[in-house]
Design a protein around this ligand. Structure first.
Ligand code: ADP
Length: 257
């Protein structure tokens, strides 16, 4: 459903994404990992056209994203940004309702169906009780859930998330990852950058590892966390691997840890 073909992107002449190709199946959680600065956020933004690729293309449902109108694209793919801080004092309900905008024509207001979609998004994310709160007064975990609710309100099949659990405590982190699993069960396709390798390993069906703007690994989670990957990409030494991964980290030679 999502195919990235030979995508390259540069900031001011500096290559940040280099010839990225990957293909993502529907109904799964796809994890995007890599060190800080490896290009994860830039890739997510290129997929939903907040940034435009310099080369290559992104196909969604077999259609070239660049050929799709912005509104149409917004109803197919929705990005939940990193460290959401909403500074304008609207209510949670109004913010989630904004997820319906891609479906409205100019000057058209929301109808009964739109409002039902908003209600479902609030319930699915357990943010129903926050509906009258100002978004400026939410905790980090609440704000993340509300932005996921807004993404659900778009009814986009593909949801992109940029480190949704960064800066959350362990309970809130798990709540977010478990919500992603629930959304997967409902048929959504998730592509999320994840900074916590243990969470990536536990919750994601596939892993894409970015290293300096290039794909180092793309495939099933079971084969992603090799000793070589941890050493080459994350600069974790052999002696540190037990500290990094919580799992029984006995090496199968050349295989995953
Ligand atoms: P990640 O999400 O993996 O931490 P980013 O996609 O944020 O990585 O950044 C990739 C590279 O692009 C980094 O070297 C970063 O400094 C650079 N970069 C990100 N945003 C900008 C920008 N607006 N202008 C110039 N360089 C940027």
């Amino acid at each position: 459903m999502l195919k990235i073909k030979h995508l390259s992107f540069s900031f001011g002449g500096r290559d940040v994404l280099k010839d990225i190709s990957a293909s993502y199946e529907p109904g799964l959680i796809h994890g995007l990992i890599g060190p800080n600065g490896s290009g994860k956020t830039t890739l997510l933004k290129n997929i939903c056209r907040i940034l435009e690729p310099n080369k290559g293309r992104v196909d969604l449902f077999g259609q070239d994203c660049q050929a799709l109108g912005r509104r149409h694209l917004s109803s197919l793919v929705s990005l939940v940004p990193q460290n959401p801080k909403v500074n304008f004092p609207i209510t949670v309900y109004e913010l989630v309702k904004m997820g319906r905008y891609p479906h409205l024509k100019r000057f058209q207001s929301t109808n009964e169906n739109d409002l039902q979609v908003v209600e479902r998004a609030l319930l699915a994310t357990n943010t129903d009780s926050l509906r009258e709160r100002s978004v400026t007064e939410l905790s980090g975990g609440e704000a993340q859930l509300v932005l996921i609710a807004r993404a659900l309100a778009t009814e986009a099949q593909l949801i992109l998330l940029d480190e949704p659990t960064a800066s959350l405590d362990v309970g809130n982190s798990l709540a977010i990852m478990e919500l992603l699993v629930e959304l997967k069960k409902q048929g959504k396709t998730i592509l999320t950058s994840v900074h916590d390798l243990n969470q990536a390993r536990r919750f994601c069906d596939t892993i894409t590892i970015l290293k300096e703007g290039e794909i180092y690994y793309f495939g099933p989670t079971a084969n992603a966390f090799t000793r070589a990957a941890l050493e080459d990409v994350f600069r974790v030494t052999f002696a540190q691997i037990n500290d990094v991964l919580e799992f029984d980290s006995l090496f199968v030679s050349g295989g995953s840890v």
